[in-house]
Design a protein around this ligand. Sequence first.
Ligand code: GLN
Length: 228
Amino acid sequence: MADNLIKIAYLYEDLMNTYGDSGDVKILSFLLKREGYDTQVDNISLGDKFNAFDYDFVFFGGGQDFEQTVVAKDLPRHKDTLKEYINDDNPMLCICGGYQLMGSYYKTNSGTTIKGLDIFPLHTVFKSDKRMIGDTKYMTEWGEVTAFENHSGQTYFDNTDMLHPLGDMIEGYGNNPQDHEEGLRYRNFIGSYSHGPLLKNVNVANAVVKMIIERHNERLSQNDKVAE
Ligand code: GLN
């Protein structure tokens, strides 16, 4: 891996890219360029080989229920590599439909249960009372975030000792209408319902860039040690 090349895996870019979520990857490429790094973005789609450890950052965007059903059938091949990658403190961002698929399941409004990767103890269900749509505002460890949400799935954490939200809602719904919390923050993993894209919030984008560069450099020095 060249020292100044940051490799980004975009999972199912052709299927999971609602409301301009690819903007998150574009913003990261722009900010990384400013820091002196080139970026290479690979679309990992149906049937493609994928080893998360070949990458410095993994992105998984939002999608409609139908696309999620298609993707969910291909996704289990990548469970082990993604789980190890996340638990090794490597950075990953999942938005909306992608975030939902990292949990155990998503039960849709048609009654279909889409199996997720079950990497995180959380589940998502449709409840007839609400489609969560509109502007959102919430407070994160990096300051206030404004975004846009549009989802029918309501996400609930099944283990609140292990999972912590990305932010506390000020406006909008976030994970579900009851908890007043948005998204998931775990090691260097971020899950979020925020479109807009999320990383138009420069405070969050800078935090993600920092995670990527720090982890990139740590991995380079680990490789140097192995090579010595
Ligand atoms: N299809 C999912 C839902 O409606 C996710 C939507 C999205 O990714 N925008 O909850």
